[in-house]
Design a protein around this ligand. Structure first.
Ligand SMILES: NC(=O)c1ccc[n+]([C@@H]2O[C@H](COP(=O)([O-])OP(=O)(O)OC[C@H]3O[C@@H](n4cnc5c(N)ncnc54)[C@H](OP(=O)(O)O)[C@@H]3O)[C@@H](O)[C@H]2O)c1
Length: 435
């Protein structure tokens, strides 16, 4: 029989998808928790909006309350687990909890991307832990891998498929040639996409996660507004068809890259060579590829959402809090960023690019286009030129060698101004194979 100490009392804010999973894991894995931390874990109070709602998990209704202060101000509660979502109200709850010396575990990327610095500083001031593993890539233990597993390395690049909804949509569009609207409707019917999918499909959700990853990985105060964002809503079947023909897979990729002391962070549809490890991450799965100067390439793969996968990350954070409580070292792990924030300018961000252009099908058109690229010193890696059904027009598809964002955007502007150019149809970043 193990020497079991007094239980640790936990208060939950929220009992939805993730909260139900948290209650199940705490109940089902109690023996394992006792073995790891030396005492039982008891859920003492749970904040919900509606105490009479039918739920996925059975809990004693006397635990439920609609009053946040009954959870946050309960002197017996040591740890607050926030799985209610939302930003301003939740921020107030967590600040209040931390100021009262309660440790906090949260799955809330929206909150951490916007107010992470403030909340972490408050945690440190009050000797509290604030852990948020589940906020990025659900069940994948990526944050702890960055700050512990790779603590001795210098991380220079992170590339992530960190939004399951868009990965599901793009996988279906690529595999079955289905149009965006049809796949989105299917994703909504299956519960992979929200009724209002804009935060996912416009890239904001992924941008929040990349801000959190870049802040931790580069130890720099990267803010959400530092992330360049483009979503997937403009991707057409033609773009996917060409990318396939050229040996690429289209993914919504978050990229955080640092050269020397400067960083860039973006989320955008990106063409990856079919051989790239992220190209085979399909459906609603997530993955984060991390490059460290010493370790080289590593990749973390798994479920990015879902009740039990996300709850696993939440309860693992709870275990970390409890281990710190036993050692009396809470509040020491929220290390302030080591480096001053320095962002790359557009002339310092380099990539290959894919561009698809409709031009008038006349003699000399191609030469005029290549001249614009040549003037900016940008050369081609791949070119396709095909006649179009539309009379008098041809389609040109180019993949460039590496070019600065500044040079490339200047080229796009000059192409749009060119009389023989009917339309620049689409343009994407191309990654992998040496860049
Ligand atoms: N779902 C995932 O797979 C996943 C993955 C990673 C991270 N997350 C994050 O985890 C958090 C929770 O997500 P979820 O999917 O579990 O959400 P959810 O299913 O909508 O559950 C939210 C819970 O919080 C309660 N709640 C919300 N606002 C409240 C308020 N103002 N006052 C009192 N109770 C309130 C709700 O009460 P009622 O039940 O009474 O309505 C519900 O129990 C979010 O920050 C989300 O971004 C979710």
């Amino acid at each position: 029989m193990e020497n079991v100490a007094k239980p640790i009392a936990v208060g939950l804010l929220g009992l939805g998808t993730v909260g139900s999973g948290v209650v199940k894991i705490i109940e089902n894995h109690q023996d394992q928790l006792i073995h790891q931390v030396g005492c039982p874990v008891v859920v003492k109070k749970i904040l919900v909006r509606d105490v009479y709602k039918e739920r996925d998990v059975q809990v004693n209704t006397s635990l439920l309350t609609t009053r946040a202060d009954e959870v946050i101000n309960d002197p017996e509660i040591d740890v607050i687990i926030e799985v209610m979502g939302g930003i301003e109200e939740t921020r107030r709850h967590l600040l209040q909890a931390l100021q009262q010396g309660k440790h906090v575990v949260t799955a809330n990327k929206d909150l951490m991307a916007l107010y992470g610095s403030e909340l972490l500083a408050t945690a440190t001031e009050n000797g509290c832990d604030l852990f948020y593993e589940a906020s990025v890539a659900g069940g994948i233990p990526i944050l702890r891998s960055l700050v512990e597993g790779l603590a001795s390395d210098r991380i220079t690049k992170m590339m992530g498929i960190v939004n399951g909804t868009t990965n599901f949509i793009l996988t279906k569009m690529c595999k079955y040639g289905m149009p965006y609207e049809q796949v989105l409707a299917e994703a909504q019917a299956l519960g992979y996409a929200e009724a209002d999918p804009s935060a996912d499909v416009e890239g904001l959700d992924a941008a929040r996660k990349m801000a959190i990853l870049a802040r931790l990985g580069f130890s720099m105060n990267i803010d959400l507004e530092d992330v360049q964002v483009k979503g997937i809503t403009d991707i057409t079947e033609e773009d996917l068809d060409y990318s396939k023909r050229l040996g690429y897979t289209m993914k919504l990729i978050g990229i955080a890259h640092r050269d020397g002391d400067k960083a860039e962070v973006s989320v955008q549809p990106t063409l990856l060579p079919d051989s790239h490890p992220l190209a085979s991450v399909s459906d609603e799965y997530n993955a984060v590829y991390v490059y460290g100067e010493a370790v080289g390439e590593t990749m973390f793969y798994g479920p990015g959402a879902g009740s039990l996968p996300t709850a696993t990350a939440v309860v693992s954070d709870l275990v970390a809090v409890m281990k710190n409580m036993r050692l009396g070292v809470n509040g020491r792990s929220a290390v302030a960023p080591q480096y001053e924030k320095r962002l790359k300018s557009r002339s310092e961000i380099f990539s290959k690019y894919f561009v698809r252009i409709h031009v008038k099908d006349e003699v000399g058109a191609f030469a005029k286009i290549t001249a614009i690229f040549a003037e900016q010193g940008v050369s081609f890696e791949k070119i396709l030129q095909l006649p179009l059904k539309e009379k008098g027009l041809a389609e040109i598809v180019i993949v460039t060698h590496r070019a600065s964002q500044q040079a490339y955007e200047d080229i796009l502007q000059r192409l749009r101004d060119l009389e023989i150019v009917h339309q620049v149809k689409s343009s994407y970043r191309v990654e992998g194979n040496g860049n």
